[in-house]
Design a protein around this ligand. Structure first.
Ligand code: NOJ
Length: 559
């Protein structure tokens, strides 16, 4: 292992957990989750084994995009708590070995933000240039809107001044003009403020949109967004040497490269692997590992100071926008055939367990896969207990129902009357009576314990996060056989079966030291010797999964 950098680049082998304060745990019984509730549950998260908590927006908000419409970058939404509560949360997390990163939205504000309220008063307002305006009627941008159910243009006419303002998301979320040095200063002030309160970095919202000025007037050459991203990274790491910037960048692999920084610190440290995620679902739908294997082959190799964030599900629609129409339809047919399960024509508003009909073999295989790939895994709250969505909740929020803690009233989320809850819990098969953290924590055969074991095994092999993947040839289309290698010579083979039939998988690892064995990290530490040409046959159950550490004869045993 790289002894020096492992500490600085803590996020290379962290386990992230994304949670929304308002749906996690209600401490004061008003029906809405709060920061003190989150603090109360740090012990649970520490036991689960996660090492970094990503908090979705908790800032003062006009509540029209679940907090991504911010009215004050320096505060905490009153319903959720106070800045004092926030500091206690960060402090408690840290003393339990958990870092905290927070969502940061630099692309836009709410239209109720004082800057925008001022800006729209007149063309001469001092805040006018905080936003992007045009006085000529913009072209048709209806094909580019992010939320086609609600918007038909990226521009909104503002009657007071007769100009149009840019908004990549909802019209109530005007885009900030980040080319404006005054806005850049506000952004730095905000980042610096939260770093001072003890956080370890940011999940940066909607990064590519920051860069897309979509015909905004002014000299486009005067501002280099990539250079600005580098400035942000430099600023953040000047304030806190090991801070991380985890960016939301859903673009093709080739285009993702330019958003990553390198040792010179000129971009994001981490990006979500949206392409790998989408191809994984296609593989699942087909029972064929091919699409995911292709993605892993195409995925750009990264500089040592950059990282992929691997995820199965996030808080938005499960976007399938980078698949072809026919491929997307295959995933829709398999996992969300009803129109109420689909969203924006490009995604699904379901969680994995429901999509897989509750088949725990496949659920386990998927998470085993996610944790075994080179990268840093990111869980979305509730995934560890197999929570499903509540389709009664509109749009993307179907997957943001309250955390299910117990089998009791309101799933133990809140003591308030059910009608006062932030959102309703699902009923039936995936309701809290059947799916909850308390029951699973007491049952060592549960999904919770399975995820916990994966987390600890991933953490016991920190090289996974530092490794690069290679796809191994073998004859079964349903099987993904990959080997993670790390320059020290460390190697681990992952086997994952997308098919409903067990397989005998012949493997060949020609470059391993003679006398090496494969050690099964998930199943009893059984040892399997490779022959003198590095060959072996391994049994894989239907939807089976195995993590096989390649142990050289000169290495100490795995304890
Ligand atoms: C991306 C976030 O993930 C999403 O939830 C939000 O609505 C948009 N950005 C706008 O901030």
């Amino acid at each position: 292992m790289r002894k020096i950098e492992t500490g600085d680049l803590w996020w290379k082998n962290a386990v992230f957990y994304c949670a929304d304060v308002e749906t996690f745990y209600d401490w004061n019984g008003d029906g809405c989750g709060d920061i003190r509730g989150m603090t109360e549950r740090i012990e649970y998260l520490a036991d689960l084994g996660i090492t970094c908590l990503w908090l979705m927006p908790f800032y003062p908000t006009s509540r029209r995009d679940d907090g991504y419409d911010i009215t004050d970058f320096f505060g905490v939404e009153t319903r959720l708590g106070t800045l004092g509560d926030f500091v206690e949360l960060v402090r408690t997390a840290r003393s339990n070995g958990i870092r905290v990163i927070i969502d940061f939205v630099m692309n836009h504000t709410s239209d109720a933000h004082p800057w925008f309220k001022s800006a729209r008063r007149s063309v001469d307002d001092p805040y006018r240039d905080y936003y992007v305006w045009t006085d000529t009627e913009p072209p048709d941008t209806s094909a580019d809107v992010v939320f086609p159910d609600q918007e038909d243009s990226l521009w909104e006419h503002d009657p007071k001044t007769g100009q149009w303002y840019l908004h990549h998301f909802y019209k109530h979320q005007p885009d900030l003009n980040i080319a404006n040095p005054a806005v850049q200063e506000e952004i730095s002030r905000t980042l610096g403020f939260w770093l001072q309160l003890g956080i370890s970095g940011f999940r940066v919202d909607a990064v590519p949109f920051l860069f897309a000025r979509d015909g905004a007037p002014g000299d486009p050459g005067a501002f280099d967004p990539y250079e600005y991203l580098g400035d942000v990274r430099n600023f953040v790491t000047r304030r806190l040497g090991d801070a991380v910037l985890l960016g939301e960048v859903n673009v093709e692999y080739e285009d993702q490269k330019s958003f990553f920084g390198g040792p010179d610190g000129d971009g994001l440290n981490m990006q979500f692997d949206f392409i790998g995620m989408q191809r994984m679902y296609l593989s699942l739908a087909r029972g064929d590992a091919g699409p995911l294997a292709d993605a892993l082959r195409e995925r750009p190799a990264l500089d040592i100071t950059s990282q992929w964030a691997t995820f199965v599900r996030n808080h938005d629609e499960l976007t399938l926008d980078k698949l072809s129409d026919a491929e997307r339809q295959e995933v829709f047919d398999a996992f969300g055939p009803d129109s109420e399960m689909q969203l924006y024509g490009r995604g699904l508003r379901r969680r994995l367990p429901a999509m897989l009909g509750g088949d725990e073999r496949r659920m386990r295989m998927v998470y085993s896969l996610a944790f075994s790939l080179p990268g840093t895994p990111v869980l979305f709250y509730g995934e560890e207990i197999g929570m499903a969505e509540n389709l009664d909740i509109a749009g993307r929020l179907s997957v943001r129902s309250p955390m299910q803690w117990t089998a009791g009233a309101n799933g133990g989320f809140s003591t308030a009357p059910a009608r006062r809850l932030t959102r309703p819990l699902p009923a039936g098969l995936y309701g809290p009576e059947r799916v909850n953290a308390a029951d699973q924590r007491h049952d060592h055969q549960s999904f919770w314990w399975f995820i916990r074991d994966l987390i600890y095994t991933y953490r016991q092999q920190p090289e996974i996060g530092w490794s690069t993947p290679e796809i191994l040839d073998q004859p079964h289309a349903a099987v993904l056989a990959h080997v993670c290698r790390e320059p020290s010579g460390w190697a681990m083979v992952g086997l994952h079966n997308f098919g409903a039939e067990g397989r005998l998988v012949p493997l060949e690892l020609p470059d391993v030291a003679p006398g090496s064995v494969l050690v099964d990290l998930l199943d009893g530490r059984g040892e399997f010797p490779l022959d003198d040409r590095g060959r072996i046959e391994m049994q894989l159950d239907a939807y089976g999964y195995r993590w096989l550490r390649v142990l050289r004869p000169d290495e100490p045993p795995i304890i």
